[in-house]
Ligand binder design. Structure first.
Ligand code: GDP
Ligand code: MG
Length: 177
């Protein structure tokens, strides 16, 4: 049936400082706060979307500082249908660490979770260390969607979340539809 609500849980994962909280804040509230302090603990934000005639209740889970401990609590991963893996295009190490985050994701989620790799901070043109092709190639190897963003300059943020949701809807059959 059309027009029922589909509830989706999305995870935003990646090294500390890559801009996970900033991307979420930009997407949910269309804001950017350069002074926002990371909080410890798992937190989520809610956004209502209407895509392809479907009403979607989106729960976006932030790691909120937990990534410092190199591992996330199991309940974070529970029932997740999609994951955004973020790196900072100005920090090669954050790109290299994606492999570790992907391994942890695969260990903690049993179903084939829909993945998107996001290279953030493309507004910092002079500081770029990871080129677009590298990110794109890696995402292809991982069978993940790929997009480069700037939470600060509001580039591709809305589009990234929406593309992921569309792919999740393609990849899954939802009982309440
Ligand atoms: P998190 O630890 O992954 O949640 O990262 P934050 O969202 O807290 O961002 C870390 C730092 O990077 C903060 O100082 C943000 O203001 C900054 N930041 C986040 N996104 C961008 C971006 O797109 N461009 C620039 N220039 N800075 C950003
Ligand atoms: Mg954060």
């Amino acid at each position: 049936m059309m027009n029922s609500h589909i509830k989706l849980k999305i995870l935003v994962i990646g090294e500390s400082g890559v801009g996970k909280s900033s991307l979420m804040l930009r997407f949910t509230d269309d804001k950017f706060d350069a002074n926002e302090q990371p909080t410890i603990g798992v937190d989520f934000k809610v956004k209502h979307l209407e895509l392809d005639g479907e009403k979607i209740y989106l729960q976006i889970w932030d790691t909120a500082g937990q990534e410092r401990f190199r591992t996330l609590i199991p309940s974070y991963y529970r029932d997740a249908t999609g994951a955004i893996l973020v790196y900072d295009v100005t920090k090669t190490s954050s790109f290299q660490k994606l492999e570790t985050w992907l391994e942890e994701l695969e260990t903690n989620t049993n179903q084939n979770i829909t993945k998107m790799i996001v290279g953030n901070k493309i507004d910092l043109k002079d500081e770029r260390r990871v080129d677009r092709e590298m990110g794109k190639k890696f995402a292809k190897q991982q069978r993940a969607l790929f997009v480069e963003t700037s939470a600060a300059s509001n580039i591709n943020v809305q589009m990234a979340f929406e593309e992921l949701v569309k792919k999740i809807l393609e990849d899954n059959i939802f009982d309440d539809r």
